[in-house]
Design a protein around this ligand. Structure first.
Ligand code: BG6
Length: 477
């Protein structure tokens, strides 16, 4: 008999659940990648009937894999019929017993695999975990059927609070049952990093300080914080993006080759390289906060004018830093990381800049080679090389050897959450953040974050839609 899979989506009426998790589950369902006996139990405080929950959910579903209208309608209907809703309190074991009772009513069974997905504000993570534990729904022995829990950053706001969260979670769920998401690891181009580096003979010999001058990791959004002040103002851009998404990109770019693709060797190598990163100091950092142009015709606001932000808030919305990886591969190579909101463009990319040619016989200044790995908005990998421009004279021009995902590959590019959820269901852990990896990436920023708070550092203002504060991070010491 097939073991049923019951997905309990906690915080199901919220933005993350509605915009990301449910559409991703639908895509997997539409491709028949979920077990036949799957059910989704939305759980949140907002009172909703099953019908209301299904109506809300339907608004965000897209048939990316089944575009034909009739097939799309059938799939949508079948998926929604598997969605149910239970109203409850996050911190109450009784509410989770209500969920269990509902599962029993719907499926006719108490057992089955249980996947809890916490799409709630971080402030209630622990209450929810403890309530689930107290309800007795966590299996001790996962051989017959399993229990897994998925949580998503922010994992604490510094090293100490993160450690505490890990320890308290550990009282309810084992390490093997806990899946910590950094959704950047689910992105297609990020998943390609290991393949690009280690499945091609040409990169490994030049992937080091002898050939590489610097590495830039850039993450920019044009959007301001919108209605997320409640969360963002307490965290700021370093905790929101740099400590997690950017450190994952850095780890995959700088790590040594794992012995295999299994979760343990991959995560061991990531931890190792994160440990080699020298903790950031204040002079390595530039902090910024966006301001609106005076009398802005587009009605944009300064960060401090956003609803829910204190008028004297010191929270940075932009940060750049020069990081140093202290090992023999990278000694002396600056890793410049930059991230910000309300900037001039939408972009996430890793740019590997190579050294100049040692002896230039061409007279003209030569641009150094660059390998650009673009995660978004348009997935691409390109290499900037110098060529002779066609013509009767010797004229040099830098052009790109260009791989654009949309034209090079056929097929739909999966969303990060599709890939991650599929792995959770399969019990495949390499794309999830292990506790020691989390601690290692907090260690890079912990001291400087406290110093910024203690010394009440005021970020530099920068204009909405600009490239960030004037003072850009140099290449450091
Ligand atoms: C989230 C951050 O983790 O990632 C947000 O909290 C950010 O501030 C978002 O906007 C970006 O994700 P993506 O997938 O749209 O690049």
């Amino acid at each position: 008999m097939v073991t049923p899979l019951n997905i309990i989506l906690v915080g199901a009426s919220g933005d993350l659940a509605q915009r990301k998790v449910l559409p991703a589950l639908f895509s997997l369902f539409a491709q028949k990648l979920l077990p036949a006996e799957v059910r989704i139990f939305g759980f949140a405080r907002t009172p909703l009937t099953d019908a209301e929950f299904r109506r809300r959910t339907a608004e965000h579903l897209m048939c990316r894999y089944t575009p034909e209208a009739h097939e799309c309608a059938t799939m949508t209907e079948q998926f929604l019929a598997r969605c149910h809703y239970v109203t409850g309190e996050y911190g109450k074991a009784e509410s989770f017993l209500d969920v269990a009772e509902r599962i029993q009513q719907v499926t006719g069974r108490w057992d089955g695999d249980r996947l809890f997905y916490l799409a709630t504000p971080p402030s209630v993570f622990l209450d929810v975990a403890r309530a689930i534990g107290n309800s007795g729904l966590v299996t001790c022995d996962d051989t017959e059927s399993w229990t897994r829990i998925v949580i998503e950053k922010p994992f604490g706001h510094d090293r100490a609070s993160s450690d505490e969260l890990v320890a308290e979670f550990g009282k309810v769920f084992t390490n093997e049952q806990t899946y910590r998401i950094d959704h950047y690891l689910g992105k297609e181009v990020i998943q390609n990093l290991l393949v690009l580096r280690f499945a091609n003979r040409i990169f490994e010999p030049i992937w080091n300080r002898d050939f590489i001058r610097q590495v830039r990791i850039v993450w920019k959004e044009t959007l301001d914080i919108g209605n997320r002040a409640g969360y963002f103002d307490g965290f700021g851009i370093i905790r929101d993006v740099m400590q997690n998404h950017l450190m994952q990109m850095l780890a995959l770019t700088a790590m040594e080759r794992p012995d295999s693709l299994a979760a343990t060797p991959i995560r061991d190598e990531k931890v190792q390289v994160l440990h080699a990163v020298r903790p950031v100091e204040l002079e390595d950092l530039v902090l910024g906060q966006y301001v609106a142009p005076v009398g802005d015709s587009a009605g944009r606001k300064s960060y401090r004018q956003e609803t829910g932000v204190a008028p004297d808030s010191r929270t940075p919305t932009y940060a750049s830093a020069v990081l140093r990886v202290n090992n023999s591969r990278w000694k002396g190579v600056p890793f410049i990381v930059e991230c910000g909101k309300a900037l001039d463009e939408q972009l996430a990319e890793i740019c590997i800049q190579f050294h100049d040619v040692p002896h230039n016989i061409f007279g003209d200044a030569l641009a150094a080679n660059e390998l650009v790995i673009r995660i978004q908005p348009d997935e691409a990998i390109f290499l900037r090389v110098v060529n002779k421009a066609p013509g009767l004279k010797m004229r040099l021009e830098t052009t790109e050897l260009n791989l654009r995902y949309r034209t090079a590959f056929t097929g739909v590019i999966p969303e990060a959450y599709e890939s991650l959820l599929l792995d959770v269901v399969a019990g495949e852990r390499s794309l999830f953040i292990r506790a020691d990896e989390l601690a290692a990436s907090w260690d890079i920023f912990d001291r400087v974050l406290h110093e910024i708070d203690d010394r009440k550092i005021i970020p530099e203002p920068y204009l909405q839609g600009s490239r960030g504060p004037n003072q850009k991070t140099g290449t450091g010491k």
